[in-house]
Design a protein around this ligand. Structure first.
Ligand SMILES: C[S@@+](CC[C@H](N)C(=O)[O-])C[C@H]1O[C@@H](n2cnc3c(N)ncnc32)[C@H](O)[C@@H]1O
Length: 262
């Protein structure tokens, strides 16, 4: 999907208010930690901050560090205002920052929405300082199958609504596209982020928080029906045993390649 189409979907998803659960904040915080800010760090940029739940409390950075929260979607940024940090409406492929001016970039669960991830990484390489670092976090395997029924029910509603084609484009391996973008992969780490589901309504909140864009692509009637089906299935499942998500995430640390043109 193109930038304007992606932006329209995220704007639509933000219209219903902030996500009911802050499931992705720990992933962003892990990416920020992996970026290894140090005493020389002054400017951190989050590309695709979404609602910026991770930045609403302390993030372990000193008072000399400015964190700029950037996103393509104005709707997402409206909710990100609650973080009380500088905001920038931007596209990852054309960052409004001078060459070599950014110390750390965090890009969590966002690069996969770009129609041109190499262009986005090339832009990261341009704006990063020589000793700068970017961390890209992307979802990998779901390690607990107990919530698989939610995917099945969603797939049925998407098919019924005639929605085809994923919003996300499968990302090529970052090791393959980093080089052409002028970046080096210096570390890769796999982490798991668990969420225990405690009630049928909690299951729906988790689901709407993790599938906001899919829900924004089907009509209100289908969302209401899906809610009923998921809550009923979750009640049955919880009567039989525990329900939880154990979301795998790959964190990739990238640095500017020495001598690459910028
Ligand atoms: C799945 S959300 C992730 C938000 C946040 N990083 C988190 O983990 O909660 C993806 C976000 O990336 C933004 N986005 C998508 N493509 C983008 C692009 N090319 N440049 C900047 N932001 C983009 C969307 O508007 C959306 O807010």
């Amino acid at each position: 999907m193109t930038g304007p189409a992606v932006r329209a979907v995220f704007d639509a998803a933000a219209q219903d208010g902030p996500a009911p659960l802050d499931w992705s904040a720990p992933i962003t915080l892990a990416a920020l930690a992996a970026a290894g800010p140090d005493e020389a760090t002054r400017l951190v940029l989050d590309v695709g901050c979404g609602e910026a739940g991770a930045y609403r409390g302390p993030v372990g950075l000193g008072p000399d560090v400015t964190v700029v929260l950037g996103d393509l979607s104005y709707g997402a940024l409206r909710h990100a205002r609650a973080a009380g940090r500088p905001l920038a409406q931007l596209d990852g492929v054309a960052l409004p920052f001078a060459t070599g001016s950014v110390d750390r970039i965090v890009c969590s669960l966002t690069l996969g929405f770009s129609s041109d991830p190499v262009a986005a990484l090339t832009e990261f390489a341009r704006v990063l300082a020589d000793d700068g670092r970017a961390v890209v976090a992307e979802l990998s395997r779901q390690r607990d199958a107990s919530l698989a029924f939610t995917q099945r029910l969603l797939a049925e509603e998407l098919a019924g609504a005639g929605v085809s084609g994923p919003l996300r484009t499968p990302l090529p391996p970052l090791r393959r596209i980093a080089g052409p973008a002028g970046l080096l992969v210096t570390a890769t780490r796999e982490e798991t982020f668990p969420t225990g589901i405690t009630s049928p309504d909690h299951c729906w909140d988790w689901f709407t928080s993790t599938h906001r864009t899919a829900l924004a692509r089907i009509g209100r009637d289908r969302v209401d029906r899906l809610r009923e089906r998921i809550v009923t299935a979750a009640a049955d499942a919880l009567a039989a045993g525990p329900l939880r998500s154990a979301q795998g995430v790959t964190l990739t640390v990238l640095t500017p390649a020495a001598g690459a043109p910028r």
